[in-house]
Design a binder for this molecule. Structure first.
Ligand SMILES: Cc1cc2nc3c(=O)[nH]c(=O)nc-3n(C[C@H](O)[C@H](O)[C@H](O)COP(=O)(O)OP(=O)(O)OC[C@H]3O[C@@H](n4cnc5c(N)ncnc54)[C@H](O)[C@@H]3O)c2cc1C
Length: 291
């Protein structure tokens, strides 16, 4: 059995953010860290966007930032200028690469595919692996996004569309979300807020095609990338254990009213790093009001 001071279970957004925060703040100089991650390879799998209300470590992974946004409903389009808090988008592929390049240089960090060889008893554990107990009858934000590219310039890349409610609601809450990265490239997402036990809302491809062709009036486009997800809009039920802290979505870092999680993960990572020497005795971190 191998022993480490700290173990991070799951190296996605939260696990990697925490490891990076510990590394850049030299918290691993005399401590060892095992990172357990099941995936075989890292590639872009998510597009993280958020209002930049606080600083974070990943400015160089930001692929686009906007100060203007619109919200559409059947009553029309409402445009808002927001100079104080830009809306930023991070490419997860760049994020993974940046962090892994940094972490692999630290000899006190080792990566594992599973925790079989690790002594979990004597280490402090940061867990981001979601529980298997998925409550599909609770409320989720579920969505599919595609990044499309057009041959001509179609989008106004100075303004993004936060929510377009001019679409069928099917007795739930439904909107489209468009992030124009360039004049000919945008991520378009269909998003539902509903229970997850009703599969009839998940004809995402049909919804996206209809929206792009009929609402945005784009006839020809190619799909460069796609992502699909479901964010629980309820707090996870996790057992409290004395040598373990849950982080990321598993640790309740999602703002339930919006689904935003990325910046809360960054704040939580900073809190843990700042208090790592006495983390066992610190009170459990809860997300603040502004993010
Ligand atoms: C498609 C998508 C888009 C999103 N977009 C946004 C956004 O725009 N803005 C925002 O704020 N939030 C967004 N979120 C919500 C949230 O920011 C992300 O889900 C974020 O990735 C959560 O980080 P995490 O570390 O908790 O989970 P993850 O990033 O999913 O990391 C968990 C890790 O655990 C690993 N793992 C799972 N099981 C095991 C196991 N048994 N053993 C070892 N490893 C395991 C997984 O492979 C994964 O790497 C999005 C979520 C999704 C799914």
């Amino acid at each position: 059995m191998k022993e480490f001071d700290y173990i991070i279970l799951g190296a996605g957004c939260a696990g990697l953010s925490l490891a990076y925060e510990l590394d850049i703040n030299k918290k691993l100089k005399d401590k060892t860290l095992a990172i357990v991650e099941i995936r075989d390879e890292y590639k872009r799998d998510k597009t993280w966007s958020f209002w930049k209300v606080i600083d974070h470590n990943f400015e160089k992974c930001v692929i686009k930032s906007w100060n203007n946004f619109s919200i559409n409903s059947e009553l029309g389009s409402h445009e808002v200028i927001n100079k104080d808090f830009p809306y930023q988008t991070i490419d997860s592929g760049l994020f993974y690469k940046t962090i892994l390049n940094q972490l692999t240089q630290n000899k006190n960090i080792q990566f594992f595919k599973n925790s079989e060889q690790l002594n979990l008893e004597n280490s402090f554990i940061f867990n981001s692996i979601p529980s298997n107990n998925i409550d599909r009858s609770n409320i989720w934000q579920h969505f599919k996004g595609i990044e499309i590219e057009t041959s001509g310039d179609i989008f106004d890349d100075e303004i993004f569309n936060l929510m377009d409610f001019g679409c069928e609601q099917r007795d739930n809450v439904h909107f489209f979300y468009t992030l124009p990265f360039k004049k000919n490239k945008a991520l378009i997402e269909t998003t539902w807020i509903s229970k997850m036990d009703d599969k009839t809302l998940m004809d995402y491809d049909i919804q996206l095609e209809k929206y792009i062709k009929e609402t945005l009036r784009i006839k020809n486009y190619k799909i460069n990338y796609q992502e699909e997800g479901a964010i629980p809009l309820f707090y996870p039920k996790n057992k409290i254990e004395k040598n373990k802290i849950n982080i990321g979505s598993a640790g309740g870092m999602t703002r339930l009213s919006t689904g935003y999680t990325f910046l809360n993960i960054q704040e939580h990572s900073k809190y843990i790093s700042n208090n790592i020497e006495k983390i066992k005795d610190k009170k459990i971190y809860h997300i603040g009001k502004k993010i």
